[in-house]
Design a protein around this ligand. Structure first.
Ligand SMILES: Cc1ncc(COP(=O)(O)O)c(C=O)c1O
Length: 403
């Protein structure tokens, strides 16, 4: 008798990605030859800078085709530590022993969740938040506790909001600045208050800083810079977003040596090392600071220009409320009450795709169904056209919509 698949307890609560339905529909429309403006993407539209690609080719030719240490090649871990020490860290400099390289920051986040949280633990997740935090915490068999951000403060949480949501079972929290999906950036003071609270309560802080360099007002600070102690801090970063290297799959954690050892052990039994050639590409990105800074500032300047253009386009629609994006490459738009739907974000995503051929991500993917996320990681004219259509759809009664 054929074995019928019943998902194990491990994945029983895993939800299908809320972005998939819209993405599948957008693909179907494109296949029919309908030109869809795709603002769903979460990745830079730039190619990986040439000097990084060349470094990868040279590394491959030189034999970087074999297993490496699980935690990554030493020169890369040293370069990551040196890069972290460029900022004003309080306390001892970061060392390579605190760095574990993984297959994308997503894996580092997951490794951190599995190693620090388990059954019986509550983990505070400020929402809206990047969709995978919930699933990672649940896969670690801990409980994800959503903490709503303040709509009057760019949907950010404060130390007080976190303290009010805490229980004796609280073991840690996830932080993300600049934020996906809002583009909001925590100020030094906001971050400092949260880190102080966490240190006082003995909570782990997993700080996801993947968008740190995509910062338009110069306000984004690393938790490494603000924390008075790193004993309870795990900082996650990677090359995907800032260096346009999503497909290379390189991320890392900077964590206390004991945590790094546990994460290495866990990774050693799951995936082992990240691809050797990708590690060498990342080494070029981190260590060749002059070329990297030039490439990154060029891309960030382009993102900033698009951000400005998109905000300018939205200014023609004063009724449209959105979080002012200070970093990353997303605009988070309020769609409260859209056509009276129970899930206004999902209803809006379906309508704007059907009627205006724009693909976006509904806010339910990020824990806030009254919002939608549009990415401007695309050309300026496409981003402006897409956002204009979104604002038009939002402010046009259903009876007057194109379909
Ligand atoms: C907030 C956030 N963290 C982590 C990731 C994962 O990045 P990586 O490609 O390094 O795994 C993403 C990607 O979308 C993200 O938006």
């Amino acid at each position: 008798m054929p074995l019928s698949f019943r998902p194990s307890q491990n994945i029983a609560r895993l939800k299908e990605s809320a972005t998939l339905a819209v993405a599948a529909k957008a693909r179907a429309l494109k296949a029919q030859g309908i030109p869809v403006i795709d603002l769903g993407a979460g990745e830079p539209d730039f190619d990986t800078p040439a000097f990084i690609r060349l470094a990868a080719t040279a590394a491959m030719d030189a034999g970087a085709t074999r297993y490496t240490n699980t935690e990554g090649i030493l020169p890369l871990r040293e370069a990551i530590a040196a890069d972290a020490n460029q900022i004003q860290i309080q306390g001892a400099p970061v060392t390579a022993a605190e760095v574990v390289v993984s297959n994308g920051s997503k894996q580092s986040l997951y490794n951190a969740c599995v190693c620090c949280f388990g059954p019986g633990d509550d983990v505070l997740i400020p929402i809206p938040s990047w969709t995978s935090y919930f699933e990672m915490v649940e896969l670690a068999r801990a409980t994800a506790v959503p903490v709503h951000g303040d709509p009057a403060n760019s949907l950010k949480v404060t130390a007080d909001l976190l303290a009010a949501a805490a229980t004796p079972a609280t073991k840690g929290l996830m932080l993300n600045s600049p934020s996906n999906p809002t583009g909001a950036v925590y100020s030094r003071e906001e971050l400092s208050a949260i880190l102080e609270l966490a240190a006082a309560r003995g909570w782990w802080v997993i700080a996801d800083e993947i968008y740190l360099r995509i910062d338009y007002e110069g306000r984004a600070v690393s938790a490494l810079e603000v924390a008075t102690s790193r004993d309870n801090l795990i900082v996650i970063n990677g090359v995907a977003k800032a260096y346009a290297m999503t497909g290379w799959r390189i991320g890392w954690s900077i964590a206390p040596a004991a945590v790094s050892k546990a994460m290495t052990n866990f990774q050693g039994h799951t995936t082992s090392n990240a691809a050797a050639v990708s590690q060498h590409a990342a080494l070029a990105a981190i260590a060749d600071r002059a070329q990297a800074d030039e490439a990154v500032s060029h891309m960030v300047a382009a993102f900033r220009q698009r951000r400005d253009a998109v905000v300018h386009a939205l200014s023609a629609f004063p009724a449209v409320r959105y979080v002012h994006p200070e970093g990353a490459f997303y605009v988070y738009i309020n769609v409260d009450g859209f056509r009276g739907a129970d899930d206004p974000g999902a209803a809006f995503a379906a309508a704007v795709l059907d009627e205006y051929q724009v693909a976006i991500v509904p806010g339910s993917a990020f824990g806030t169904p009254n919002w939608i996320r549009a990415s401007y990681a695309t050309t300026e004219s496409v981003a402006v056209e897409g956002l204009t259509r979104i604002a038009t759809c939002l402010t046009t009664p259903a009876t007057e919509s194109p379909r």
